[in-house]
Design a protein around this ligand. Structure first.
Ligand code: GLU
Length: 505
């Protein structure tokens, strides 16, 4: 455990494109743990792989975290005392650590060219640069000291690789998995410093976590195979007592349960895998995101928290504050969590249903405006929203569910009504038009009035209520028909009956 007492965690994405929902869950779990311990949540941008750097990706990450309400205490945008927060800006310091490791015999210079390594890969399809073959390759272990010096003096391109020890077992206590051990004979000699002077992830992650006094790390299970290299580096750099505690989060699996959920699965099955829309700056290709599909950030975060964690009760709806309070590492599961898009939609539906109208109103007003309706009374919109809210899976469903409140229908589900139409029904609605003119205008009174009239006619309520609905709505859907009538107002209701009636006869 690190010597400092305060909790400092980091989310360390590489700015290579849009953010996969698994990445956001990693950020979330780090955040929950930090906030629960009154600690700091840090955003570090791991941008040392210049070949994978994508412009716009860092801004996307910032926007995504702020959309989710997972706000970093320290980040490139908001530097604290432990900067720089972009790995590339720490470049000058990495070589010194790599050289230090070479001096101590824990690492070595490797002069193999890309072509030579390619040649090895052709010869040995499972080629790994390791203790098994390092002496037959071109490096400071196989060459004489003089040859090595000569090559270095001549400025020969080289990498620095870790010299993984033979026949040792390295282990650590994972906060989720318990003791995890690795045999070093199975670990390859990873590159620590690349020929361009940039560190690889392995060196940078250890140097940065130390420099930033990180105390705990939640990261994806896919990083577990890298752990032995990191363990060795913490030890070889003499920092073992400062090593953070690790928790490797379970994978998020395909809905079928076989393998990690990928962007391609989303394309294949028709749901987003990224948090927000991402437009690839090179190809211009759009990858759809949860935000633009109409997910509320609260629902997205809630859904992510339950991918691999639960509080041990049947509760499923949690606010971010509740998650901070209730999150416990010992309830994070070791096994992968299957992604279920139907369940994700259910979370959104629940959050919309329970959201305050004020929260949804900006989006609702935009939807109404986009559909060409101007100057609507705010109270009316809010009342309509209340009436249809529980029917929405996405906020964007509002127009499908509620357009008839704003625009009189032009198309009617005539087929639902016409085949069973009778002259008696025509008479009923003509009579209703008269009666409505003097009617008290609220849903309760309208319902009584309507049912009395039906009773007097000798017909059945259902036979008349459905046509009434189709007259007001255009189709057989929507909230309580008397509530619809109340909201539409007397004039509109009468006008709609008059407009639709001839079409049903
Ligand atoms: N840069 C790594 C990533 O892109 C971070 C892994 C870690 O958290 O150590 O996921």
């Amino acid at each position: 455990m690190s010597s400092q007492n305060n909790v400092r965690v980091r989310f360390a994405p590489s700015p290579t494109g849009g953010l996969h929902l698994g990445g956001v869950r990693t950020a979330l779990f780090n955040y929950l743990f930090a906030k629960q311990h009154q600690g700091e949540f840090i955003l570090r941008i791991e941008d040392t792989d210049q070949t994978r750097f994508v412009p716009g990706a860092e801004a996307y990450i910032n926007e995504c975290l702020s959309w989710c309400g997972i706000i970093p205490d320290e980040s490139p945008e908001k530097p604290g005392a432990f900067g720089p927060y972009r790995q590339s800006e720490r470049k000058p310091s990495y070589r010194q650590y790599a050289e230090q490791l070479v001096e101590k015999g824990y690492a070595y210079y490797a002069f193999d060219t890309a072509e030579e390594l390619e040649e090895q890969r052709k010869l040995f399809p499972n080629f790994r640069y390791s203790q098994e073959n390092r002496l037959s390759l071109r490096n400071s272990l196989s060459l004489s000291a003089a040859e090595t010096q000569q090559l270095l003096a001549a400025g020969t391109a080289h990498t620095i690789r870790i010299k993984v020890p033979e026949n040792e077992v390295v282990s650590f206590e994972d906060m989720i998995r318990g003791k995890v051990s690795f045999e070093t004979s199975l670990v390859d000699d990873k590159v620590l410093l690349k020929a361009d002077g940039m560190p690889t992830y392995h060196l940078a992650v250890v140097v940065d976590d130390k420099a930033m006094q990180i105390s705990h790390i939640f990261r994806g299970e896919e990083w577990l195979p890298s752990a032995p290299v990191h363990l060795l580096l913490w030890e070889y750099l003499g920092w073992k007592s400062d090593m953070p505690q690790w928790a490797h989060l379970p994978l998020i699996l395909k809905p079928e349960g076989n393998g990690k959920l990928s962007k391609r699965d989303g394309d294949r099955l028709g749901f987003p895998v990224y948090a927000m829309n991402w437009i690839d700056p090179k190809s211009g290709d759009l990858t759809k995101g949860f935000r633009e599909l109409g997910f509320l950030p609260e629902a997205f975060v809630n859904m992510l928290a339950l991918l691999g964690w639960n509080d041990g009760t049947a509760q499923e709806i949690f606010t971010l504050e509740e998650l901070v309070e209730k999150f416990t590492v010992d309830r994070v599961s070791k096994s992968g969590a299957k992604f279920d898009f139907e369940k994700a939609k259910w979370f959104n539906h629940e959050w919309i249903k329970n959201a305050d109208n004020e929260v949804l109103m900006p989006q609702i007003n935009q939807i109404i405006g986009n559909n060409g309706v101007q100057n609507v009374d705010a109270t009316f919109v809010s009342n309509v929203l209340t009436a249809v809210k529980e029917r929405l899976t996405y906020v964007s469903d509002f127009w499908t569910q509620a357009s008839f409140f704003f625009v009189s229908p032009d198309v009617y589900d005539v087929d639902a009504v016409k085949p069973k139409w009778t002259a008696q029904k025509t008479a009923f609605f003509e009579d209703i038009i008269q009666g409505l003119a003097t009617q008290d205008w609220n849903a309760g009174a309208l319902e009584l009035f309507f049912k009395d009239k039906v009773a007097a006619s000798g017909m059945k309520v259902g036979e008349l209520m459905m046509p009434f609905r189709v007259m007001l709505v255009g189709g057989k859907f929507g909230p309580d028909v008397f509530r619809i009538a109340e909201l539409l107002g007397k004039e509109a209701v009468i006008a709609r009956i008059q407009k639709a009636l001839p079409l049903f006869i």
